[in-house]
Design a protein around this ligand. Structure first.
Ligand code: GLA
Length: 729
């Protein structure tokens, strides 16, 4: 799969779908040649065409005015040494220099995929599944190495990348910037797709023409953030959901990230991603090393849906882990929107009593069970039960829930501290802050300094005390603010620029310890909704809460947008009350159910308040969901009609063998134009006949894909939904 042609000095990473080709050029510069659909054999056509270009300097000691780093497509560019484009790496040397210039030294090809120390990453189940190329580069002046890793999966159009710096010199160096990957591409008219958003409206994809200059998508919040998900795609102008080239790059990281795209003087494109260079400064002692997070490149010639499939499969099969990776995810009742902080034993018992006969499988006790927390002003950091509210402790609630035949789940927000808490009284320095400067409050809380091991240990021990004593089946892990005053009491003057990344390493360490010690607990990520919906978290937690916005109409967009990268098995979705608490919009119980059933399903409302009719609907929805849970959670999810550009919305789930499919169709607003809309399905078997259980009709797969189904134009009203289950005969 990975070869090195000694004569041509060309590396070729190739599987049946894709090729990635680069060469060692004059001066031992690594020159990028190609990334795209598989090429059987590279014959040398793409060597760097040399031009004497004014104001693009040449290599030191070289009289060849046609060879310049400034327009050479490279694999990992240096700083201030002849390439004026954005560098991949900036290092401050002991003498204050920030110059870098890494040249090829050697390579190694290994079977499989080495692990990344302390960081989440995609993995292999056995070494036949992938090969890894490790290319060692050296900056001879600094006497520092960078090892670029490229893993090619055998059966996936996926290459993963990372970089590791090794300080082989006898002096400390400071990394000011280190990209996980650089990808230089030849002149081409691309659009770039990003995933911006905000609180309660996460991952709303945007597509724009990539123009000259620098375009950046990033987060400085020390979180992957609601505001800009760590992903971009480069797509051809004519790429749509079903056809055209689409190349996605996903960073497996939950902190400050940076995606930089530069279109240069001759329209070549550079894409860089990694930890954000903002406020980053990492000291590496002689002999020490630094590992970057992983970047995943996924490619498809079958449009955005094709690209999404690549990421869905990889994230589900080779990033998510543990007992629940492929397990039926339980149907949840969560008390948050039903009670907020206002609950007691009696109220919880009532929810549990109501839930079981409806078929609900797990009760999750949300925020407010610990310390003396009755609102969001106190007690974060005090992970012991509030016995004023829960007189029999958590043990009693867990027992009551288990006796009722359901699993029991609990909410934590491990990274936070309230000023009004025992923990803060004992350890005010545990909160990130700079002495003498005010502390920015957000949701009236502060963030613990997880760059310090003793702080992580403290929270780990508190959580273990609960988890060792109370039978808990599930944890919802929340993170309800972003970081400010990122300054650590113990880091020292020269190491403050390390705190933000050390925080993330501390977070990953805590998650790893907990998932290892409690392999039977299902963990769900959350950050005020979907503020940390990323592949790093997915490595520890197979599902996350995509948004605090549970309005069914808004959720169409949020779930549609999220599915650009993330699989349905990672996306939880709950039915809540109408009018919706976030938007005030009224939608039918059916619409809310159909949107929520398109994810990992649950309820987030007061079951005691349900009308008899709604209660019957809940039973039906649960019955339907259980019958199709495997197909929804682990089938192929295909987007058909987008809520962003049409009033009608549709998506489907198809089983891997194409023997069954579920079609969900929604209408946003009614119009008296009585539009005739025709929904065409995709990815079915054209030679099979499919029986529609709802209507009793049978259609050919070719008919459903090419003729499609008319929606009933006389069906009036806003926010309507319709579901069809098809089974191949
Ligand atoms: C966040 C979560 C909610 C809920 C609250 C509790 O906002 O997204 O689901 O858990 O915190 O405070």
């Amino acid at each position: 799969m990975i070869t090195f042609d000694e004569q041509q000095q060309v590396f070729h990473l190739k599987n049946k779908d894709i090729s990635y080709i680069f060469s060692v050029e004059e001066g031992n510069l690594l020159s990028h040649l190609y990334f795209g659909p598989a090429i059987r054999h590279y014959h040398g056509e793409r060597r760097y065409p040399r031009v004497d270009r004014g104001f693009s300097g040449n290599l030191p000691q070289s009289l060849d005015r046609t060879y310049s780093k400034d327009d050479l497509l490279q694999e990992y560019s240096g700083n201030n040494t002849g390439d004026y484009r954005v560098p991949a790496i900036v290092i401050r040397a002991a003498n204050g220099s920030r110059l870098t210039d890494f040249r090829y030294e050697s390579y190694k090809i290994v079977d499989g995929k080495p692990k990344l120390a302390g960081l989440p990453a995609s993995y292999v189940k056995d070494d036949d599944e992938a090969q890894t190329l490790e290319v060692t580069l050296v900056d001879k002046t600094l006497d520092v190495q960078v090892i670029l890793s490229y893993t090619l999966y055998k059966d996936r159009p996926v290459i993963t990348r990372n970089a590791r710096l090794v300080n082989t010199s006898d002096q400390e160096v400071h990394i000011e910037k280190i990209a996980s990957m650089q990808l230089d591409l030849t002149k081409h008219d691309y659009d770039v797709v990003s995933m911006p958003g905000q609180y309660a409206l996460e991952r709303q994809p945007e597509r724009q023409a990539l123009r000259r200059g620098i375009t950046e998508f990033s987060s400085r919040r020390n979180s992957s953030s609601h505001h800009m998900n760590p992903f971009v795609a480069l797509v051809d102008k004519d790429t749509d959901e079903f056809q055209g080239n689409a190349m996605g790059v996903l960073l497996v990281y939950s902190g400050n990230h940076q995606f930089t795209l530069e279109k240069d003087q001759i329209d070549q494109i550079r894409l860089l991603t990694g930890i954000n260079e903002y406020d980053f400064d990492w000291a590496v002692k002689p002999g020490d090393d630094f590992q970057t997070p992983e970047a995943i490149i996924g490619f498809s010639q079958h449009g955005l849906n094709g690209m999404s499939q690549v990421f869905h499969h990889l994230l589900r099969e080779r990033v998510a882990r543990g007992k629940y990776q492929y397990a039926d995810r339980p149907i949840v009742i969560n008390n948050w929107e039903a009670t907020f902080f206002d609950f007691d034993d009696e109220k919880l018992d009532e929810i549990v009593k109501e839930a079981k006969p409806l078929g609900i499988e797990m009760f999750v006790l949300d925020d407010g069970w610990f310390g003396h927390r009755n609102d969001d002003n106190s007690s974060l950091g005090d992970w012991f039960v509030n016995t004023n509210k829960l007189t029999g402790g958590l043990e009693r609630v867990a027992k009551q829930t288990h006796d009722g035949g359901m699993k029991f789940g609990l909410w934590f927000e491990p990274e936070m501290i309230s000023v009004d808490s025992e923990l803060y009284k004992q350890h005010p320095d545990y909160a990130l802050h700079e002495p003498g400067r005010g502390m920015t409050l957000s949701r009236n809380q502060l963030v613990l300094d997880f760059s310090r091991k003793e702080v992580v240990d403290n929270i780990f021990n508190q959580m273990c005390k609960i988890l060792d004593n109370v039978p808990i089946d599930y944890i919802k892990w929340d993170f309800n603010r972003n970081l400010t005053e990122v300054f650590s009491a113990t880091a020292g003057a020269d190491h403050q620029g390390e705190v933000s990344h050390r925080y993330i390493l501390g977070l990953y360490d805590l998650m790893e310890r907990l998932v290892t010690r409690y392999p039977n607990i299902l963990f769900e990520g959350c950050s005020g909704g979907g503020g940390r919906f990323d592949a790093g978290i997915l490595y520890y937690m197979p599902q996350s809460w995509p948004s605090d916005d549970t309005d069914a109409v808004e959720r169409l967009k949020i779930q549609y947008g999220t599915s650009l990268v993330y699989p349905v098995s990672s996306m939880t979705a709950h039915v809540s009350v109408s009018p919706n608490q976030q938007t005030g919009r009224s939608t039918s119980f059916k619409m809310r159910g159909d949107v929520a059933m398109s994810g990992v399903f649950g309820y987030e409302l007061d079951l005691a308040d349900l009308s008899d009719e709604d209660r019957e609907m809940v039973k039906e929805q649960i019955k339907f969901y259980k019958a199709h849970r495997q197909l929804i959670q682990y089938g192929d999810f295909i987007r058909l009609e987008s809520p962003f550009d049409s009033n009608t919305v549709a998506w489907e789930f198809v089983s891997p063998d194409k023997s069954e499919a579920l079609l969900f169709m929604f209408k946003q607003l009614h119009t008296n134009r009585f539009e005739i809309n025709n929904t065409k399905m995709a990815n079915l078997d054209p030679t099979k006949d499919y029986h529609d259980e709802m209507t009793g009709q049978t259609y050919g797969g070719d008919e459903l894909m090419n003729l499609g189904l008319f929606r009933d134009p006389t069906h009036t009203g806003d926010f309507l939904s319709e579901v069809h289950y098809f089974k191949a005969n």
